[in-house]
Design a protein around this ligand. Structure first.
Ligand SMILES: Nc1ncnc2c1ncn2[C@@H]1O[C@H](COP(=O)(O)OP(=O)(O)OP(=O)(O)O)[C@@H](O)[C@H]1O
Length: 294
C-alpha cells in the first residue's frame, strides 16, 4: 500500500447527494466478487445508505462509506453530526434504521467481533493493572494465554508503556491510559480498528506524539481503521482518506485523499499539500455554516 500511496495525486472529491464521485476501475481478484474490489483494492467495510433515527429524530445519514483492507480513514465532522452513531452502527452495536453494513462482502447482522474499539474515555477497569486490562481480551475471548501475553508485552514496548505493566489506571497519565486502551484494542490482532475521538481528552503535545506512535503501529500491522476526530490536523496526519461530514443529520459531503509520505512528521505544515487539504476542509465547514467567522 505504501507504493500505491506514493503514486497518488492530490485528490479532493465533492460528494454530491452523498454519491461518491470517485473514478473506479472494475477489476477482479481471485476468490472475491467484483463488487468488493475498487481500483484493485478490497473494500473491507462498506456501508450503504445508512441512516439512524432515535424516535422521530434523524441523527445520521443517509451515508455511504467504505474502508479498504488496510486503509486508514478518518471521519471529521461538527459536534453532534452523528460520528459516534456512525461508528456504533459500523461496529454492529447499534442497528441502522435504514441501510446496511457489509464486512468483507457479508452483511453484518450482529456486533462485529473481529474488531478493536477505542473510545475517548479509556474505559479501563480501575481494579486491574494496565497489563491485566489488556489481558481482558484473552479472558473474554478465550484466547491462548501465552500468545496474548507475548503480544501484550510487544504492544507495551511499541506504545512506550514498558515498566507500566503493574500500574493501576489511576497511576497513569491520560496519554498512558489511552495507550493501554489501544493495546487492549489490538492485542487479539483484529482486522478492524474503530477509534472514536481517542485523543480528544489529551493535551496537544501528547496528541502529536500518540498520533505518531499510532501511525507507526498501523504501518506495521495495516489494520482497516475508522478514526473519528474533531481535529483537522489529526485527520490529515493519520489518514489515507478523510471523509468530511455535514451538520446533523450527518452526511459525507467531501472525500479527501491524503497523499503525504509516511511516517508523517510532527509538524505537518512543512508540506504545502497539508495547507491545501486543511484549507479545503475549513472552506467546507464555512460553507456548511459550521464556522461563521465575520
Ligand atoms: N441513544 C440516543 N438516543 C437519542 N439521541 C441520541 C442517542 N445517541 C445519540 N443521539 C443524538 O444523535 C445526535 C448525534 O450524536 P453523536 O454522538 O453520534 O454525534 P457526534 O458527531 O459523535 O457528536 P460529538 O462530536 O459531540 O461527540 C446527537 O444529537 C445526539 O444527541
Amino acid at each position: 500500500m505504501a507504493d500505491a500511496l506514493e503514486k497518488r495525486s492530490v485528490s479532493i472529491t465533492r460528494l454530491s447527494g452523498n454519491v461518491p464521485q470517485i473514478h473506479t476501475t472494475a477489476s477482479t481478484v481471485k476468490g472475491t466478487t467484483p463488487s468488493l474490489v475498487e481500483d484493485g483494492r478490497r473494500r473491507f467495510i462498506a456501508a450503504s445508505e445508512l441512516s439512524k433515527s432515535f424516535g422521530g429524530f434523524q441523527a445520521l445519514g443517509p451515508v455511504n462509506i467504505h474502508i479498504e483492507e488496510g486503509e486508514f480513514v478518518s471521519i471529521l465532522g461538527p459536534s453532534g453530526c452523528g460520528k459516534s452513531t456512525l461508528m456504533l452502527v459500523v461496529a454492529g452495536l447499534l442497528q441502522p434504521t435504514k441501510g446496511h453494513i457489509e464486512i468483507n462482502g457479508r452483511v453484518l447482522k450482529r456486533s462485529m467481533t473481529d474488531v478493536g474499539i477505542v473510545f475517548q474515555d479509556h474505559l479501563l477497569l480501575e481494579f486491574r493493572t494496565a497489563f491485566e486490562n489488556v489481558l481482558l481480551q484473552q479472558e473474554i475471548r478465550g484466547l491462548d494465554r501465552n500468545q496474548i501475553r507475548k503480544r501484550a508485552q510487544e504492544l507495551f514496548g511499541k506504545l512506550g508503556l514498558s515498566g507500566a505493566e503493574s500500574r493501576y489506571p489511576r497511576q497513569l497519565s491520560g496519554g498512558m491510559q489511552q495507550r493501554v486502551s489501544i493495546a487492549r484494542a489490538l492485542v487479539h490482532e483484529p482486522s478492524v480498528l474503530l477509534m472514536d475521538e481517542p485523543f480528544g481528552a489529551l493535551d496537544a503535545i501528547s496528541r502529536t506524539q500518540i498520533r505518531h506512535d499510532l501511525e507507526a503501529l498501523w504501518m506495521e500491522t495495516r489494520k482497516s481503521v475508522l478514526f473519528i476526530t474533531h481535529s483537522i490536523e489529526e485527520a490529515i496526519g493519520l489518514s489515507d482518506r478523510v471523509l468530511v461530514m455535514s451538520n446533523s443529520p450527518g452526511r459525507v459531503v467531501e472525500e479527501i485523499r491524503i497523499d503525504l509520505p509516511r511516517p508523517r512528521p510532527a509538524y505537518l505544515g512543512q508540506y504545502p499539500e497539508f495547507a491545501k487539504y486543511a484549507q479545503q476542509i475549513y472552506k467546507t465547514f464555512e460553507k456548511l455554516g459550521v464556522y461563521q467567522f465575520k
